[in-house]
Design a protein around this ligand. Structure first.
Ligand code: TXA
Ligand code: MG
Length: 320
């Protein structure tokens, strides 16, 4: 298993040797390597079992450093970045040639972000290269929101996980770019659409069900538990499955069900708080996936604020 600790110098030395380290961010844990070293980047794809057509996000410690990697920074996106970074926002910007092809899967734009976590920001400050970091899960599985999640799945393959505790936001960053004068959202995430629109005006949300997704994190089946994951009206689903005598678990927004044993159900936020629900989502999905039941019954959240991004993940978990 990987060593888990708060030693920034140790993390730095592994990264300088070309190895990979689990890093905390406010959204989810990342599997980080030197973004300017193609061998480290290749190791990320191999370790995650990720197809090479799915590009990586470049993480850096400040807005100033972003200009080392991009040729242009449109004004609206600059305004957004100035307000949100460090925070759960990834921007797609035209890349400089210093960024290896492997990072962008050959695309013209590179995804960049300044994450908000004191340990990771301190690490990025002391490194003289940016970090490429996808979520630290095997391709297609649920993203990790704690060091233990990372260790459980990738611990055999990496030497070190920087321990930043549980992730504050719990959903991946919102991915934003421009197409002509239009602001486009490529992935719903931890930064709410309303917040973006308040800062820079109306946006277009890309239809991700297209056969040629710009961001394969939006591939239909993704964030998937191993067990069947069934979305619908929980009262009805529970009634139906009690009758069939299936061994099921329940993932709800706020309610508990008397007819289901306590150990077989998780309410994401008994007080109906969508931030709390987002923070608990992935660990709850993992817990139920690791439990003894044969399948998971779940419901959508209200389609507002972070509920939209949570519902996006729930639908993908349910898609097979
Ligand atoms: O919150 C996050 O963004 C986390 C933390 C670790 O920073 N990272 C993360 O990375 O979610 P990953 O690799 O799991 O998801 C990144 C998504 C993928 O769907 C990828 O296709 C898309 O970003 N992406 C990356 N570079 C892109 C590019 N140049 N053009 C279009 N999409 C891109
Ligand atoms: Mg991911």
């Amino acid at each position: 298993m990987a060593q888990i600790g708060k030693d920034i110098d140790l993390a730095k030395s592994f990264l300088e040797q070309g190895q990979l380290v689990g890093i905390p961010t406010e959204t989810v844990y990342g599997l980080a390597g030197n973004a300017l070293n193609p061998e480290s980047v290749a190791l990320i794809f191999e370790t995650k079992n990720r197809p090479a057509f799915d590009p990586l996000i470049l993480h850096t410690s400040s807005m100033d450093r972003v200009s080392d990697f991009v040729t242009e920074f449109p004004e609206k996106l600059l305004t957004l970045a100035e307000y949100v970074w460090p925070g759960p926002l990834t921007l797609l910007l035209p890349r400089k040639s210093i960024v290896p092809d492997l990072v962008t899967s050959g695309l013209e734009r590179v995804a960049v972000r300044v994450p908000k976590h004191p340990l990771t920001l301190a690490l990025l400050e002391t490194l003289d290269f940016p970090l490429a970091a996808p979520s630290a899960n095997p391709f297609g599985y649920i993203s990790p929101t704690s060091p233990a999640h990372v260790n459980a799945q990738l611990g055999e393959k990496i030497p070190y996980i920087l321990d930043g505790g549980p992730c504050e936001v719990g959903l991946e960053s919102t991915i934003v770019g421009m197409e002509g004068a239009e602001i486009v959202i490529y992935r719903l995430g931890g930064l709410e659409i309303a917040e973006i629109e308040k800062l820079i005006g109306p946006v277009k949300i890309k239809d991700h069900s297209s056969s040629n997704p710009q961001a394969p994190g939006l591939l239909e089946s993704h964030y998937s538990p191993r067990k069947p994951f069934i979305l619908g009206n929980l009262k009805d689903l529970i009634g139906e499955h009690l009758e069939k005598k299936t061994d099921f678990a329940v993932l709800s927004f706020s309610d508990y069900y008397a007819e289901v044993s306590a150990g077989n159900q998780i309410a994401l936020s008994p007080n109906k708080n969508l931030h709390e629900a987002a923070k608990n989502l992935f660990s709850a999905m993992r817990k139920l996936d690791e439990g003894k039941s044969d399948l998971i019954l779940a419901e959508l959240m209200p389609e507002e604020g972070l509920g939209r991004a949570i519902n996006d993940r729930l639908k993908r978990a349910g898609a097979k």
